[in-house]
Design a protein around this ligand. Structure first.
Ligand code: SF4
Length: 338
């Protein structure tokens, strides 16, 4: 691959030639200070949900990318890593859409995907790779049922392949962070501490801006608690889980802004899309105000997690909430949080 392309694909194994310096020097020598600052700013941008800066100079872009990975590994925080990975993921997808076949095949191979170009704008991807990543992408277009399959390969258009590749990138990126995290020693982390504190402070600030209104957290059914826990720990929810959570929280009195605040820590949070979905589910821009699905439906979707004794007596998560809340009003243990 040409060196100029490392700006788009800084994770390319040959891009390491730009970084023939020790980790320690990269983080502590004055000549690399600008790269460190840029890496920190990019992590901050991603935490705020803003697009990261892709330096036009390929060598600086590669150095910044490497430094960013070291900082993320030192922080070892799932939410911060996921938020950054998703910004890189979106940039990668955009680059792939503009890319020629040869480079797409090369990048796919680096990402561990079995991809062959088939005809102009069309590719074949091994169905195991397709099946691994396509469930994360919402839209019928990405369902296996919509694809033509031939001898173990799925025919995909460039835009579908770009989405699969971006998801493979996210996995690879997170694996790299975990691997680097295990390698880091005290002397490498030391110069990073002021930057790490700044990033962690910002993360706490963003999370503390969430407000659960009058909702009684202790009365939430286990399935809903689990969805919230997944969000808070930086995990992604399926489309159906998001629908359920939004409809549930809306029905028990949470405002659209409060619901959006909760979703904002999700690694793949896209404010525009999330706003539209929340407004649609809550009836603000649709003719219907949706209610959350019954327990039976949640069970069939694998979303009934840790059911307790009360769950045996109800068939809807809203009944669980109402019974539990009423019980507490009449003096049982528990506290209402704002
Ligand atoms: S039984 Fe119903 S309320 Fe209880 S965890 Fe399962 S889906 Fe939720």
């Amino acid at each position: 691959m040409e060196r100029g392309k490392f700006r788009e694909y800084p994770f390319h194994p040959s891009a390491r030639d730009f970084c023939k310096v020790y980790f320690k020097d990269l983080l502590s020598k004055t000549i690399y200070r600008m790269d460190v600052e840029e890496a920190v700013q990019n992590i901050i941008r991603s935490l705020k949900g803003e697009e990261i800066f892709r330096n036009p100079n390929p060598a600086r872009r590669v150095r910044t990318f490497v430094i960013t990975k070291i900082i993320l590994a030192a922080l070892n925080d799932r939410i911060i890593t996921a938020k950054y990975a998703n910004q890189e993921r979106d940039l990668l997808e955009r680059s792939l859409l503009e890319e020629d076949r040869r480079h797409i095949e090369e990048v796919a191979e680096i990402l561990g995907l079995n991809v062959l170009s088939y005809s102009a704008g069309e590719f074949k991807i091994h169905f195991a790779d397709f099946l691994k990543y396509s469930p994360r992408i919402s839209g019928e277009k990405y369902s296996l049922f919509e694809q033509e399959i031939d001898r173990g390969f799925v025919f995909v258009k460039k835009d579908v392949l770009a989405k699969i590749m971006r998801e493979a990138f996210v996995d690879k990126f997170k694996e790299d962070i975990d691997r680097i995290s295990e390698m880091l020693s005290e002397d490498i982390i030391q110069p990073l501490i002021p930057y790490m504190e700044k990033i962690l402070d910002l993360k706490s600030e963003i999370i503390s801006q969430q407000d659960l209104g009058e909702v009684d957290l202790n009365a939430l059914p286990p399935c809903i608690k689990n969805m919230l826990k997944t969000l808070q720990s930086g995990g992604n929810l399926t489309h159906f889980a998001r629908f359920t959570l939004t409809a549930f929280l809306h029905t028990i009195g949470m405002s659209n802004e409060e619901i959006l605040n909760l979703f904002s820590v999700s690694p793949d949070f896209n404010e525009k899309i999330a706003k539209y979905q929340v407004k649609h589910i809550t009836g603000e821009i649709s003719s219907k105000e949706y209610i959350p699905p019954k327990c039976l439906t949640l069970k069939s979707q694998g979303l009934c997690v840790n059911p307790d004794k009360l769950c045996d007596r109800i068939n809807h998560p809203l009944s669980y909430y109402k019974i539990k809340k009423r019980g507490k009003r009449f003096g049982r243990k528990g506290k209402t949080v704002r």
